[in-house]
Design a protein around this ligand. Structure first.
Ligand code: ZN
Length: 339
């Protein structure tokens, strides 16, 4: 009860990539970069274990960005000629690569860091991949001419990599779908079917992380336009509940999402975000336990895990790990009180 885990990314050491940034440029190249990614992955695991996290991840130390880290290993994409595109329904502009032919994996995508992580922790291991809808929203299409067709093609590739990760010994494969609260109708029409395609045949635990984005300015400005109650999830949770995905990760701490909406996730494990990644203020264990208590009113305690609201990549390292320690201590407190 109240197992703890992270949504995905953790800040990278300053010797690996420029700190406090998304899309941070690498500090090294070639074999030196590979060695540094490996070392950073080990450190991230050790820090999570020492903080007391139950289901650990690689902290996405070996990828620059959660979407483009995957796309770099896909054939049919032109990375040399990026174009500017409004993403997440034009919330912000990004320079994105273009799909110029049928997409196909060049080989394994995350074998290196998954195998390094598996070899160096006995804890349950979670691994994150971008979801097909979010990929389709983060790339320009010059080939398929149809967003759904393109998303299904990516779902196929994600499925190949997810099955290989399962073979590597990963316990949980999580797909990140921040696009799920932007294109509400499309989520039920094809977003969830594409997600299920990506997860098809997996025997390990499957999860989806949905959220209102990293704590960067464009997201904070966008959230200010959403009103005092964010009810977007009300439209998609019933469809997710019917899907084959077993866990749903979402932000709850300091969130304007009415917490009762998680009761719509019938039968799912809910990874309740109890750590705010948009604030540098470290939570107290008491505050984490309060989130657990609030969630228990809507979902049986046995189906609750305590998690971060979102990835922590752009955060200061010392703050991020202090927050993880608070998460684990808060979970222990909640177990003591409510078990
Ligand atoms: Zn997120």
């Amino acid at each position: 009860m109240f197992e703890t885990t992270i949504a995905g990314s953790l800040p990278k050491p300053a010797w690996l990539a420029e700190p406090d940034k998304l899309w941070a440029p690498w500090r090294l190249e070639g074999a030196a970069l590979d060695a540094a990614k490996r070392d950073a992955t080990l450190l991230a695991l050790k820090e999570q274990e020492d903080a007391g996290i139950d289901i650990v991840g690689d902290g996405e130390q070996a990828r620059q960005h959660f979407v483009h880290g995957f796309l770099e290993r896909v054939e049919g994409i032109d990375f040399a000629n990026k174009v500017e595109m409004g993403i997440r329904a034009d919330r912000y502009k990004a320079m994105v690569p273009q799909v110029v032919g049928p997409v196909r994996l060049k080989g394994r995508v995350h074998a290196f860091e998954a195998q390094v992580a598996r070899a160096h922790t006995r804890k349950k291991l979670k691994f994150t991949l971008p979801g097909p809808m979010t990929i389709s929203d983060t790339i320009a299409d010059r080939h398929y001419g149809d967003k759904v067709k393109m998303a299904m093609a990516f779902a196929e590739l994600l499925n190949q990599e997810a099955k290989a990760l399962e073979q590597d010994g990963v316990d949980v494969v999580q797909f990140d779908e921040p696009a799920f609260n932007v294109f509400m109708d499309e989520v039920t029409d094809w977003g969830i079917p594409a997600l299920e395609r990506a997860a098809a045949g997996l025997k390990c635990t499957t999860a989806v992380h949905i959220c209102y984005g990293y704590g960067i300015k464009a997201n904070i400005d966008w959230k200010a336009t959403l009103g005092s109650e964010w009810r977007q999830y009300e439209r998609i949770f019933p469809a997710i509940a019917k899907s084959g995905i077993r866990q749903v990760s979402l932000e709850c701490r300091n969130s304007k999402v009415p917490l009762e909406l998680i009761s719509l996730l019938e039968g799912k494990d809910v990874l309740v975000g109890a750590i705010d990644v948009a604030s540098d203020k470290v939570e107290t264990p008491e505050q984490v336990a309060e989130v657990a208590a609030a969630a228990m009113k809507h979902v049986p305690a046995a189906r609750i895990q305590l998690c971060t609201n979102c990835g922590m990549a752009p955060m200061r390292r010392d703050i991020a790990y202090a927050k993880l320690a608070a998460l684990a201590q808060g979970a222990a407190l909640a177990r003591q009180r409510y078990a």
